[in-house]
Design a protein around this ligand. Structure first.
Ligand SMILES: Cc1ncc(COP(=O)(O)O)c(C=O)c1O
Length: 385
């Protein structure tokens, strides 16, 4: 079966007991045992729940992994991932990862003795120099918010040569566009809040592992620490995943159109989109993924006009998050990446005039017209001064 078909039919085709096509939601927190310690696969719902298990298996299949695990948020999934390491061990992380990933390492895991090295993972020479003695490499490709592309295959090979596990945050791409395990990674991370859920009505996270042993270790951590996804959210997530292919196709096409258009606007200083020919890493992106995705970041020529520009938009909503059917606009320096210290943001290029668009499934003409109208209002205001 081709990817689009597998996505529509992922999960159990129907319920064996009733024939229900929709996935049953099992709310029970506990399960009857036939004798002490003898049970039918489920004993207590923190450890496993039939609805969650079905969606975990579906996501594992789509990512090409051995084991899927669902969490109450992407951050809960990342917390379980970092909990694989012992105090004193070192994790190497891309330097422009999601602000919350930076924060949990800097504010929480540092207190428990985990050592983090932030590095530009697109530069394989610099990455190799940091690999000696590292236990875990976490990549985001494309990264958030500057959409920098790391060669997952080559980075994984470098890490493995040093006995280091490789995790890839695949939130921006989803298994529809990119399957990191096939490129050599050991673990895939998702904020399933984003494209997998797809409707701004769910907060969820996921890990998928290439092998059972790492999966079992992560499940033991999840069961011990308890950051699980509840049955209703698991059900919502499967419903989202089943339409991922059509949503992603439309969102990606809209994003490509907007990126091309922005690249020709005088009020835009720079566009970041891994589908543009002038973007560094475009060749790697198109070799390791089925497209460039649906996030477009750009720099306003006049950062001082930022708030006026944002206020002039009618369709793009100013909100955190990304990946859902409606288009959103975000100012990383003040929103998603506010937890990254200002000096660090400046060093990375996350300026006050940087804007990240999450392009939705609306009509592309309406989206371009919305941006154009806000830019015209902005230009009129600037001319008045
Ligand atoms: C790339 C990436 N990873 C992880 C997260 C964290 O996920 P959540 O908000 O579901 O906890 C986010 C959230 O924006 C993200 O963009």
């Amino acid at each position: 079966m081709r990817t689009d078909t597998r996505m529509v039919h992922c999960g159990p085709g129907f319920d064996a007991a009733t024939g229900a096509i929709g996935l049953p939601i099992h709310l029970s927190s506990t399960f009857r045992q036939d004798a002490p310690g003898v049970y039918r696969g489920y004993d207590y719902a923190r450890t496993a729940n039939p609805t969650r298990s079905a969606v975990e298996a579906a996501l594992a299949e789509l990512e090409g992994g051995a084991r899927g695990l669902l969490f109450g948020s992407g951050m809960a999934a990342l917390t379980a991932l970092f909990s694989l390491l012992d105090s004193g061990e070192r994790v190497v992380v891309g330097d422009d990862v999601y602000g919350g990933t930076y924060r949990v390492l800097d504010k929480v895991f540092k207190r428990f003795g985990l050592v983090t090295t932030f590095v530009d993972t697109t530069d394989l020479g610099r990455l190799e120099a940091e690999m000696r003695g590292a236990r875990l490499l976490l990549l985001e490709s494309p990264s958030n918010p500057l959409l920098r592309v790391t060669d997952i295959r080559r980075a994984s090979a470098l890490a493995h040569a040093h006995g280091c596990l490789v995790a890839v945050d695949n939130t921006f791409m989803t298994p529809y566009l990119q399957r990191p395990l096939a490129l050599g990674a050991d673990i895939v991370v998702h904020s399933a809040t984003k494209y997998l859920g797809g409707h701004s009505d769910l907060v969820a996270g996921a890990l998928v592992t290439a092998d059972e042993e790492v999966g079992a270790r992560l499940h033991a951590i999840e069961n011990a620490t308890g950051g699980i996804l509840d049955p209703f959210s698991s059900w919502l997530l499967l419903r989202g995943i089943r339409t991922l292919a059509v949503r992603m196709e439309r969102q990606q096409a809209n994003a490509a159109r907007i990126a091309q258009w922005l690249a020709h606007q005088a009020w835009v200083a720079r566009v970041y989109y891994p589908g543009l020919a002038e973007q560094l890493g475009q060749d790697v992106q198109l070799a390791q993924a089925e497209g460039a995705g649906a996030i477009v970041t750009f720099e306003l020529a006049s950062a001082a006009e930022r708030d006026g520009f944002v206020a002039g938009l009618r369709i793009f909503q100013l909100a955190e998050s990304l990946g859902a059917i409606e288009s959103l606009i975000n100012v990383p320096a003040l929103m998603t990446h506010a937890s990254v210290p200002a000096a660090r943001r400046q060093m990375l290029g996350i300026s006050e005039g940087l804007i990240r668009l999450s392009v939705g499934i609306e009509d592309a003409d309406d989206l371009v017209e919305d941006l154009d109208a806000a830019a015209r209002e902005m230009a009129a205001r600037v001319d008045l001064r």
